[in-house]
Design a protein around this ligand. Structure first.
Ligand code: KIV
Length: 296
């Protein structure tokens, strides 16, 4: 069914059932207006912890807190009525133990109303993924380039070039799917490796800098629209220049204010003649005894 004509929210089982079918269209959102704008056109909205870099200007996603994710998750849920909304668990909120992950994930689900959570990791997170899914918390896994691990991996380099690294990522994806993840995001990974993972998993893969063979694709909306342009990863296709448009609009506004073209009478209260007459008449009428007031 086309996402445009749908009334109810797309569920996690429906996302899972899209394995090998029509490609899943996924984007990130962090706010109500962006969620509203993209909702009719996507299957899944990810409230990604990329908001730390894109929205808050941090250098990495590491300073993002659970409170931030919950606030933005709730904002996105207020704007999206059709897409399946998934919220990222931020760094440090799930690594300690499956129990810690459950506490964080259940807060996300209860306080935002989202359908599931995403976490980074494969084999090392398999126990946690199983713990959550056995307790009715849908999990979207994330393998390959994992931004929460940049301190250890040494940067944002594409993964899977060597045979050894390819085998690591494949094992991570296998473990995440076997543990119960309903889908697996593959980020920044050598194309043949992402293709191979997509062929072997029985749950959908969602690629970002991965492969057209993935069952779906995701981009960060701010990258794709040109709202965030500090750097543009090679895997991003830019569909617009919103950052440039906002700058041009701000410049026009500045010109108008400096030249006295804004505000005009139309933008002020009590300045238009008709409005003034109406207000004066009302004041006079309010002062008259009830019987002397005009009718109508
Ligand atoms: O945080 C995020 O936005 C993500 C996507 C890039 C998949 O994890």
């Amino acid at each position: 069914m086309s996402t445009l004509s749908r009334m109810s929210r797309i569920s996690v089982p429906e996302i899972k059932a899209r394995k090998g079918g029509e490609p899943l269209v996924c984007l990130t959102a962090y706010t109500t207006p962006v969620a509203k704008a993209i909702d009719p056109h996507v299957d899944l909205i990810l409230v990604g912890d990329s908001l730390g870099m894109v929205l808050y200007g941090f250098e990495t996603t590491l300073p993002v807190t659970l409170e931030m994710m919950i606030a933005h998750g709730a904002a996105v849920m207020r704007g999206a009525s059709k897409a399946c909304v998934i919220v990222d668990l931020p760094f440090g909120s799930y690594h300690e133990s499956p129990e810690q992950a459950f506490r964080a994930a259940s807060r996300v689900l209860v306080e935002t109303g989202a359908s599931g959570v995403k976490l980074e990791g494969g084999r090392e997170m398999a126990e946690t993924i199983a713990f959550l899914t056995e307790r009715h918390i849908p999990v979207l896994a994330h393998v390959g380039l994992m931004p929460q691990s940049v301190r250890q991996s040494g940067g944002y380099r594409a993964r899977g070039k060597s045979d050894e690294d390819a085998a690591t990522i494949i094992a991570d994806a296998d473990a995440a799917a076997a543990a119960g993840a309903f889908a697996v995001v593959i980020e920044g990974t050598w194309e043949p490796v992402a293709r191979k993972i997509s062929q072997r998993l029985d749950v959908p893969t969602i690629g970002i800098g991965a492969s057209p063979a993935c069952d779906g694709q995701i981009l960060v909306t701010e990258d794709m629209t040109g709202l965030f342009s500090d750097f543009t990863p090679r895997f991003v296709k830019r569909y617009g220049n919103l950052g440039g448009e906002i700058a041009a609009i701000a410049a026009s506004y500045g010109d108008d204010v400096r030249a006295g073209r804004f505000p005009t009478e139309a933008h002020c209260f009590g300045t238009l003649e008709a409005e003034i007459d109406q207000a004066v008449n009302k004041q006079v009428s309010d002062k008259l005894p009830k019987d002397d007031r005009e009718v109508g």
